[in-house]
Design a protein around this ligand. Structure first.
Ligand code: A2P
Length: 274
């Protein structure tokens, strides 16, 4: 199947989600322009979170671009402080207000905070049933979190957003997620920029005249992993999405996957909670 910037994946509730998008964690004051630039270039998925503190800027970026709201897929998430306070429903109303939108396309439990992630997900289910969010899911969940969640969940999570890149390929978790038709989505696909100096990745790119960032992001989409690289630079926003005119060979895909060294640039949800 040939892929393009607007290729979608069908979630387990039949909602279509673009495979490729823009992440805005730490985008700060550059958020508005980054969102507008990305949409103007053809991105159709924007990933934010209440905890990033820039939902308002995402909303402004959506308005700055000419792309109609219904053509954009907006993800946001509920953070652990809200989950512990038991105010998930109210917090989603606040996200809607900040984003200045009537609905959220995908709403995620941002982190499996012990004791509260199951009740938080039940509130997210209520938001789904009430029509405020079109799809629901989780982030940073491991298999044992899913097992506990599914004892009580009414709806399967549609997406699990996880740290994923060639140094942390997450194969066992992604295999498990396939069984429950939960789509993997990679946060920090470029390892926060750290992977861009890797010689193996740079070398693969030379054959195609592509950068390390483009090689990694192409590896994601060829694996069917949704990916949301962050940049506030227009040239990089364009560069990152210019990955649909080449194809990595099976051997190159395998070389990238063999780089897995269980290296994390973020925290491990197995033994850490915010
Ligand atoms: P910037 O926003 O200044 O462009 P990740 O998505 O893995 O978290 O990586 C994001 C980091 O990588 C940011 O620091 C971002 O910086 C940088 N980055 C994103 N795209 C590129 C690119 N194509 N080339 C170089 N750096 C990039």
């Amino acid at each position: 199947m040939s892929l393009n910037l607007q290729t979608t994946v069908r979630l387990n509730n039949n909602v279509k989600m673009p495979l490729f998008g823009l992440g805005v964690w730490k985008s700060g004051e550059g958020t508005v322009q980054a969102v507008a630039d990305a949409l103007d270039f053809g991105y159709r998925l924007i990933d934010t979170a209440h905890g990033y503190g820039n939902e308002k800027e995402v909303g402004e970026g959506l308005k700055m671009s000419d792309v109609p709201r219904e053509d954009v897929f907006v993800t946001t998430k509920v953070w652990t402080d809200v989950m512990r306070a038991g105010t998930v429903y109210e917090n989603c109303m606040e996200s809607l207000r900040l984003l200045d939108t009537e609905y959220i396309d995908l709403y995620l439990v941002h982190w499996p905070a012990p004791l509260v992630y199951v009740p938080a997900y039940k509130e997210v289910e209520r938001l789904y049933k009430d029509g405020y969010v079109k799809a629901i899911g989780v982030s940073n969940f491991h298999e044992f979190h899913f097992k506990k969640l599914l004892e009580e969940a009414e709806f399967l999570p549609t997406v699990n957003q996880i740290e994923c890149h060639p140094l942390l390929t997450q194969e066992p978790l992604i295999d498990y997620m396939k069984d429950i038709r939960c789509v993997p989505q990679a946060w920090s696909p470029l390892g926060g920029g750290e992977l861009l100096k890797d010689e193996t990745i740079i070398e693969i790119g030379k054959k195609y005249g592509k950068t390390a960032a483009q090689v990694i992001l192409r590896w994601d989409v060829q694996l069917g992993i949704s990916t949301i690289p962050k940049s506030t630079h227009k040239d990089r926003i364009i560069e990152n999405a210019s990955i649909f005119d080449f194809e990595l060979t099976l051997e190159e895909m395998a070389t990238l996957s063999r780089m897995n060294s269980l290296t994390r640039f973020g925290m491990n949800p197995d033994n850490f909670s915010f």
